[in-house]
Design a protein around this ligand. Structure first.
Ligand SMILES: O=C(O)CCC(=O)C(=O)O
Ligand SMILES: [Fe+2]
Length: 347
């Protein structure tokens, strides 16, 4: 049986006691392992499980056997600095199981129209440039990474340059510099600095590269690249096979879409749940995607686990593999984004 889908309730903490707690400012992305969290919450009663509340790594669900234990933990820990959790103040509410419609839509298996152009996706800050590389350059980049050692994850292989990306914390260790980005990406970096839409004074100085190799049928789960880990521009170059990338954004209480903005006018047509918007974009080989602003900070991106994608009326096969080069700049200091509700950074 899968883990039930829990959500952050809209009502204040004291309403609707339940055995489930939604705990914010807590999780692997802020250096707290599930074992550490369990050891603290276990002092109030039997903890049945700790789950990620979302993809942020900073919010967890603590599931107790009894509501009474959850109530005691909430009273003792909410809003108070906890020495056993590195002095962090947790923000705790009772959690509720999501209504079916929302849980189903999270399984991201319904078909949504696939856009071919960034302008059709209509997400501020998202740009796609086709034919960013020639087929010869693509071949050379693939040959270069294939000469280097791959790290095997459960379903795909990766390489990290500049700084290692740690999947447990979804962050980088800034003290562990692996060296400059390799010379085989120098011409790509030069071309990125001329990226349309970036004004020439923007200093990019990308210093972290993750290469992902996806076999057919393997995708990537929904996430927002950790705000506290990377700066505001994320470039992803697609090589070898194509894929579709989907984007979704949760609009909670404070994020009612602007009726005057074209960005969210089709909410009701995209999914039945009014707090989730989804978009889909076709990424052909040799294209490059830029996520910036709202696209980088507020929208989750993911690649559905498909072997075949329906792009409008055509069937597109994923190919023997897709290799992506994701270029980012490691963040030093607090995140300055305008999307605090999606931000794990201490300000
Ligand atoms: O494969 C891609 O294009 C995206 C990779 C990605 O989102 C990531 O590494 O965070
Ligand atoms: Fe990402």
């Amino acid at each position: 049986m899968g883990v039930p889908r829990f959500t952050r309730p809209k009502t204040p903490a004291t309403d609707s006691p339940s055995p489930y707690l939604y705990v914010a400012n807590c999780g692997p992305a802020v250096g707290l392992s599930y074992d550490t969290i369990a050891s603290v919450f276990n002092t109030f009663g039997q903890v049945k499980g700790i789950y990620a509340a979302d993809e942020s790594g900073t919010r967890v669900i603590v599931s107790y056997s009894e509501a009474n234990s959850a109530q005691q933990a909430l009273t003792a820990l909410n809003g108070k600095s906890c020495a056993d959790l590195g002095g962090r103040s947790l923000h705790i509410r009772y959690s509720v199981i999501q209504p079916n419609c929302e849980a189903e839509s999270q399984q991201v298996n319904e078909h949504i129209p696939v856009s071919l152009l960034d302008s059709e996706v209509n997400i501020p800050g998202l740009y796609l440039v086709h034919d960013f590389l020639s087929p010869q350059e693509e071949k050379e980049l693939l040959a270069a990474v294939d000469e280097r050692p791959w790290i095997g994850l459960s379903k795909r292989r990766v390489q990290h340059y500049g700084y290692e990306f740690c999947y447990g914390t979804r962050n980088v260790d800034t003290k562990l510099h692996l060296g400059e980005l390799p010379s085989f990406v120098s011409s790509v970096l030069e071309r990125i600095s001329l990226f349309p839409g970036l004004n020439s004074s923007t200093s990019i100085l990308l210093d972290q590269l993750t290469v992902n190799e996806y076999p057919p049928g393997v995708g990537l789960s929904p996430h927002i690249d950790t705000h506290s880990a990377f700066e505001g521009l994320i470039f992803s170059l697609s090589l070898a096979g194509p894929c579709i990338m989907e984007f979704r954004r949760y609009l909670d209480g404070s994020w009612v879409p602007d009726a005057a903005s074209s960005a969210y006018t089709k909410v009701e047509n995209v999914v039945n749940c009014s707090n989730l918007v989804r978009r889909s974009l076709y990424l052909p080989p040799r294209s490059i995607l830029l996520l910036s602003g709202e696209a980088r900070y507020a929208w989750q991106h993911y690649i559905p686990h498909h072997k075949i994608d329906m792009v409008n009326q055509s069937v597109i096969r994923r190919g023997a593999r897709r290799v992506s080069f994701t270029f980012r700049k490691v963040l030093r200091g607090p995140c300055q984004c305008e999307f605090p509700q999606y931000c794990d950074s201490e300000r």
